[in-house]
Design a binder for this molecule. Structure first.
Ligand code: TYM
Length: 332
């Protein structure tokens, strides 16, 4: 029998989990988890590239763990862990830093965006972030990395780093491929549909969070920015707001754009916007309820992250030992 392929992905606990991360990444994680050997982590080490409140970071890390499980990731079948619990990530990141070029890091759009946004804290970690992300992926010899489109550039640099390393030392790393959904790879803000929906969005109505109360979700959808026409038609150039809502509705209900256009033919935005809100509320309701339930069971969560870290460390350390040997470190 052919060996199962491996998947790795992660989300920063730098804010509450958003509808964007759910549709762009987690939904795929769940559907892939049946057929792949999966590692899903909470990348707390990445989160500190931007200043965090320690108590909030700790709380959000555990909440995110409960939410992963509530979204349908079974911790018995998937390795779910917290990045800082597996020291191999930091160790490989250092080695990879030495095989990553200043020029290529300077071209990363996430670095450019974040250094503009946090101009008073352009730290070295923010700059070398992609080498840590490459370590996350390469430690597990991942075949596929399910992410939203904004992370594609980071997977490309991971591939470049892996190729460079393999070119010097032989086949050490598997070269990973991004896995980006056809619909939902870039969910836009509800209030400024030309921008990505982001957890660091200052404008609270633009972003939907998976733990948000139904009435708040409904309010945000009813207020979503659209255009001066009245017809529900997919045209991301001319109708970014409506096209974004159609995307969300399509992923939430499984309906195609054609089906949605027919369903709302002759109806206006006043019917469409609350329908999208309701579809999202119903999609998120079981997740929120289950996450709230799991979060109360601290002993269970602790068991999950301890087991996860142990399983992850086993695989990660195998790769790390190989790397250390290849670069010429004396073995312990
Ligand atoms: P992060 O934490 O910003 O986002 C987590 C995941 O959600 C996706 N995403 C979106 N997808 C569609 N529409 C949106 N509006 C939207 N917002 C976020 C992101 O593409 C991502 O898949 N660098 C990564 C975290 C990371 C990682 C890794 C990912 C660290 N190590 C290893 C994969 C593998 C990040 O900042 O994602």
């Amino acid at each position: 029998m052919e060996e199962r392929k491996t998947i790795l992905s992660g989300i920063q606990p730098s804010g509450e989990l958003t509808l964007g991360s759910y549709l762009g990444a987690i939904k795929n994680w769940v559907s892939l988890s049946k057929d792949y050997n999966c590692y899903y982590c909470i990348v707390d080490m990445h989160a500190i590239t931007v200043r965090q409140n320690p108590a909030s970071l700790r709380r959000r890390t555990l909440e995110q763990l409960a939410q992963y499980i509530a979204c349908g990731l079974d911790p018995e079948e998937n390795t779910i862990f917290i990045q800082s619990h597996v020291s191999a990530h930091a160790e490989l990141a250092w080695v990879l830093d030495c095989y990553t070029m200043f020029g290529e890091l300077s071209r990363m759009t996430q670095f450019k965006d974040k250094s503009a946004k946090y101009a008073d804290n352009i730290n070295a970690g923010l700059f070398t972030y992609p080498a840590l992300m490459a370590a996350d992926i390469l430690l597990y010899q991942a075949d596929l990395v399910p992410v939203g489109i904004d992370q594609k550039q980071h997977i490309e640099i991971t591939r470049d780093i892996a190729h460079r390393f393999n070119g010097i030392y032989g086949d050490v790393f598997k070269i990973p491929e991004p896995y980006i959904p056809e619909v939902g790879a870039k969910i836009m803000s509800l209030t400024s549909p030309e921008n990505k929906m982001s957890k660091s969005d200052k404008d609270s109505g633009g972003c939907i969070y998976i733990m948000q109360k139904p009435e708040d979700i409904m309010r945000s959808f009813k207020r979503a920015v659209t255009d001066s026409e009245t017809c529900v038609r997919y045209d991301p150039e001319k109708k970014p707001g409506i096209s974004n809502l159609m995307t969300i509705y399509s992923v939430a209900t499984g309906k195609s754009f054609d089906e949605i256009e027919k369903e709302f033919d002759g109806k206006g935005y006043g019917d469409f916007k609350p329908a999208v809100g309701e579809a999202v509320v119903e999609m998120l309701r079981p997740i929120r309820e289950e996450a709230e339930r799991i979060l109360k069971d601290k002993a269970y969560l602790e068991k999950v992250y301890r087991n996860g870290a142990e399983k992850a460390a086993y695989t990660a350390n195998k790769t790390l030992r190989k790397v250390y040997k290849k670069v010429g470190f004396v073995q312990k």
